[in-house]
Ligand binder design. Structure first.
Ligand SMILES: Cc1ncc(COP(=O)(O)O)c(C=O)c1O
Length: 517
């Protein structure tokens, strides 16, 4: 890079502080001084910003050297259009002729090209000699098909409805929506969620206690940091669950303490005495899939009341239930002791990065302060869009359509496995987007996962969801929601083929017919 020194810095530097527009540049100021208040020309040919530093008393030579160096280092990429001579001259505060002569010289040397109608560009192969050699192509290790759990069918994202909602919401938004906002998030979304959560999830959710977060991940992190700042040391977690969530808890300064899970869900009696909270997935235990039994729900609330602590209710996929009626949120039983958390990652897509927590009043100031210190608040434009999607009814319509789609997939998966093996042991299928498939005694899930990868199918075993030291059954967690519609049949066919090859499915336990829990 050409360095600036002495007085020339003030005289010739066209470098502008980040965030300032063209009209604030030297050229813009000069035009304003001359009484020209028109905006700088905005055509692509003339309105380009170019960071150039000039050094030395000979302006043209300095400009040539700076441009040459930009091309050599690859900073100015082959084919890139340069600003029109008039624009660059105005930005640098130098004569237009000087720029034209510098361009002409570099065209003659082969660094730049100039063609009538397409302006001056960096020559395509000018930097080839100095560019680093292209990295050797590494074959993609990712199998073509996936039945990994964790996300919905991304190809089913309601693009048209989202775009239409964004358009309506942004056109209607008041100007202040584009400024800094309440750390809780936009009132439009909190209002829409308050009504939705009360209607669809039976939660107690006043809009002023809802905090919009960037995914459940951020919500969990904020909650744990608040608990840690109040002196907490540990959070109890279900022994089967996301390693990611245990990591988030740990990174917030707390220690995750696993509690066992049986056929009725988390064993509440085992919450450790030192826990300031328990993280539960009551409507659909992740990943085993059973709901928390009514007695256990009551026990969890009693524990929180007695100990003065909180339950964090991760309601991640409650919208998807098939053979049973919706199970209402535990939070409604004790809104001052249960923090309800929902997310758009399953109903829409993880990329939306919107989740919501309903926070008990006594924790709200601390949570808002933590949120504000983390990112002030989330993207108001996305929040307005989701608010409009919910208010228009399109969110509910998408969920109902998706529920039907995933139910059919689940039925097809169960039928295909049933055709491949006599009565395979499948569980957790009354709800959600994944199923748990037990393997035969002696079979290792790692072998099955590796065999599937060899057939171009990504699978995950139960082991991925258990902390070290917790014994787990050899099983697959099959995310039937994951593949796009066109790949679903192939993915399931490959799964069945792998299982048949290896004879890995568990034989039925006695005469017990396996079915939805
Ligand atoms: C158990 C569980 N909770 C919550 C989430 C959602 O996390 P986030 O909102 O950060 O995407 C997921 C997503 O995979 C999940 O599996």
């Amino acid at each position: 890079m050409v360095h600036l020194h002495g007085d020339f810095l003030g005289q010739f530097c066209a470098r502008r502080p980040l965030g300032r527009s063209m009209s604030e540049t030297r050229g813009g100021a000069a035009r304003r001084r001359a009484g020209d208040t028109s905006a700088p020309a905005a055509s692509p040919a003339t309105g380009l910003d170019l960071h150039i530093e000039l050094a030395g008393p000979r302006v043209r030579a300095a400009l040539e050297a700076a441009l040459r160096e930009g091309v050599q280092t690859g900073r100015l990429a082959g084919g890139m259009r340069l600003p029109a001579t008039r624009t660059l001259a105005a930005d640098l505060g130098i004569a237009r002729n000087t720029v034209a002569e510098a361009y002409g010289q570099l065209v003659a040397e082969g660094w730049l090209t100039a063609r009538q109608g397409s302006g001056t560009r960096v020559a395509e192969d000018a930097a080839a000699w100095s560019a680093p050699p292209p990295a050797a192509a590494t074959p993609s290790a990712e199998p073509r098909y996936s039945l990994r759990p964790g996300q919905p069918d991304l190809s089913a994202f309601p693009r048209a409805a989202w775009l239409a909602a964004a358009r309506r919401a942004i056109l209607a938004a008041p100007s202040d929506a584009f400024g800094y906002a309440d750390p809780r998030g936009r009132p439009e979304l909190r209002g829409a969620l308050a009504a939705y959560l009360a209607r669809a999830r039976g939660a107690w959710a006043p809009a002023d206690q809802i905090v919009i977060c960037s995914g459940f991940t951020q919500a969990l992190s904020l909650l744990c940091r608040v608990l840690a700042s109040r002196g907490a040391a540990a959070v109890s977690v279900e022994s089967y669950g996301h390693q990611h969530h245990r990591d988030v808890i740990q990174a917030s300064g707390l220690s995750p303490r696993p509690i066992p899970v049986d056929d009725d869900g988390a064993v509440i009696d085992h919450i450790s005495g030192s826990s300031a909270a328990v993280l539960l997935t009551p409507s659909h235990q992740f990943p085993l899939g059973m709901p928390l039994a009514p007695r256990r729900r009551a026990q969890a609330v009693q524990w929180a009341r007695r100990a003065g602590e909180v339950v964090i209710e991760d309601d991640y996929d409650a919208e998807f239930r098939y053979d049973r009626r919706a199970i209402g949120a535990v939070q409604a039983l004790a809104p001052e002791h249960v923090i309800y958390a929902g997310t758009a990652s399953k109903t829409l897509a993880p990329a939306v990065r919107l989740a919501w927590v309903v926070v008990p009043r006594r924790l709200l100031p601390d949570v808002l302060s933590a949120k504000s210190l983390t990112d002030r608040h989330g993207s108001s434009l996305d929040e307005l869009t989701l608010a409009e999607l919910i208010a228009s009814g399109d969110y509910d319509r998408h969920i109902r359509r998706s529920r039907l789609l995933y139910r059919r997939r689940r039925d097809r998966l169960v039928a295909a496995l049933g055709r491949s093996m006599p009565r395979p042991e499948i569980s957790g299928i009354a709800a959600g987007l994944h199923a748990v498939l037990r393997l035969a005694p002696g079979m290792r899930e790692a072998d099955v996962v590796a065999a599937a990868a060899g057939r171009g199918l990504a699978l995950e075993g139960m082991r991925d969801y258990c902390p070290a030291g917790v014994t787990y059954p050899e099983a697959l967690v099959v995310g039937y929601g994951t593949p796009p519609a066109h790949a679903f049949t192939t993915a399931v066919t490959r799964l069945c083929a792998v299982l048949q090859d290896r004879g890995t499915l568990a034989p039925p336990r006695g005469a017990r017919q396996q079915g939805p829990p």
